[in-house]
Write a protein that binds this ligand. Structure first.
Ligand code: GCO
Length: 438
């Protein structure tokens, strides 16, 4: 399958109409010094009003799938139980529109913009609040269960836990390390608990979760760098992969945190939880942007061996362009965890190109796209069960704490006029899809 990916808060705008309640991200944007240039997502890409025009671009691209998310605050009233029909009607129009174009919807239930009131009750940090997510999942899957086949519970639990609850750069902006781990656990637990609900309301469904994975590689062969890399991989990748695929949380990193006095234990992991977390899923979604080159901070820099890894070009986000990492990651995850089916649910790059003579010649995105799709092809040739690729993103959009300063779209948006212009990469992707679907 070929597709593009977006998320509700980043593109929709219209944040206070048709009965939508406030989201944590609405509140976070209103706080001073949270978002670059004090940007907010009140209008964003105005997708709420322009989705039909945006979906014309999907047709033009020739994709057969589209990943989007539902904004939970549009779906429920402030008791988090009663449904808000107007919000459901909006997504009904979205889904019907996609289906009329023969585009398979991939629906993400949680791409971060949770109701503020959910957070005020304790949100992801409170195990009891999982029930609210299940109520919401039940409403949505009852409503769309016969139309939507591909369901994603959460997008990038690492980012929610770490950026939202540890370093505080994302909503809700808290900084408490132990809490952030508890959040990661509650997210995983709620994923496991949602699976049977989704399955019972959507007979033909295929259910998965989306992880942001970034393989860590040691900067040198020094034992310190090797150790730091192992710990990085356990924190960033295995912390999620292991419990989802029937293993316990990785031990070394947990012991390291205890030894450093960051936590006493991971006592939030109660008996029986791991069985729920590892309930069988139908696919794994992988978001891949880059690798991480890891350098030990435990010893003074001058005592480290010289850095052996040469980093490649960087995008506007300072993320290294490293397509081989995608190939190797796919092979590695497939072999170690055997997820049965994998989708690259996000892959993309931030580059800003000016409009010249009406065109946007974003050649570095074209190269990025080519090389990463080639990496996918190599993984498939090695037998990886890769079933689809979705490019992040269809449109330039609200890039969270970075506001509108980082541009990931295949389609350029002029945020003053809302004018849309397909970039060079859009036409390149169209060509690639055309060749590969033949
Ligand atoms: C994420 C999210 C997207 C981002 C994209 C670029 O990975 O952070 O899923 O919402 O916009 O990844 O940072």
């Amino acid at each position: 399958m070929w597709g593009t990916a977006t998320s509700s808060f980043q593109i929709e705008g219209s944040n206070d109409i048709d009965g939508k309640i406030e989201s944590v991200w609405d509140e976070f944007c209103d706080r001073p010094n949270t978002i670059k240039n004090s940007d907010n997502a009140k209008i964003a890409c105005d997708h709420y009003n322009r989705f039909n025009q945006d979906f014309d671009f999907l047709d033009e691209l020739g994709v057969n799938s589209y990943r989007f998310s539902i904004s939970w605050p549009r779906i429920v009233k402030d008791d988090l139980k009663r449904k808000n029909q107007k919000g459901l009607d909006f997504y009904s129009r979205i889904i019907d529109n996609l289906l009329s174009r023969n585009i398979e919807p991939f629906l993400t239930l949680n791409h971060w913009d949770v109701p503020l009131i959910f957070h005020e009750k304790g949100g992801w940090g409170n195990r009891d609040c999982i029930e609210h997510f299940l109520d919401y999942s039940s409403i949505v899957t009852k409503e769309f269960g016969d139309k939507v086949k591909y369901w994603i519970t959460h997008n990038e639990p690492w980012v929610i836990a770490n950026l939202g609850y540890n370093n505080g750069t994302h909503a809700p902006g808290s900084s408490n390390f132990y809490k952030s781990l508890e959040v990661s656990h509650n997210l995983l637990l709620s994923h496991g608990k949602a699976i049977p609900i989704i399955k019972s309301n959507s007979n033909q469904s295929s259910v998965g979760i989306v992880l942001n994975l970034s393989p860590g590689m040691p900067a040198s062969k020094s034992s310190e760098d090797l150790k730091a890399t192992k710990l990085f991989n356990q924190y960033f990748n295995e912390w999620y992969l292991c419990p989802l695929y029937g293993k316990n949380y990785p031990k070394d990193i947990t012991a390291d945190w205890v030894q450093k006095g960051l936590i006493n234990s991971i006592d939030f992991n109660k008996e029986g939880d791991l069985e729920i977390i590892s309930r069988q899923t139908d696919f794994l979604g992988i978001n891949y942007y880059s690798r991480a080159i890891i350098r030990s901070e435990e010893i003074p820099e001058e005592e480290n061996l010289p850095i052996e890894l040469v980093a490649g070009d960087k995008t506007d986000f300072e993320w290294e362009v490293y397509p081989d990492g995608l190939r190797d990651l796919l092979i590695d995850v497939d072999q170690k965890y055997n997820p049965g089916s994998i989708f690259v649910t996000e892959n993309g790059c931030a580059y800003d190109y000016p409009k010249e003579d009406g065109a946007i010649n974003d050649i570095r995105r074209v190269k990025y796209l080519d090389s990463h799709i080639m990496a996918c092809k190599e993984a498939v040739q090695k037998g990886v069960c890769l079933d689809g690729y979705m490019h992040w993103s269809l449109l330039d959009n609200f890039e969270w704490a970075e506001g509108y300063s980082k541009k990931f779209g295949l389609v350029h948006i002029d945020f003053d006029t809302q004018e849309r212009t397909p970039k060079q990469s859009f036409w390149a992707y169209k060509n690639l899809i055309e060749k590969n679907l033949k």
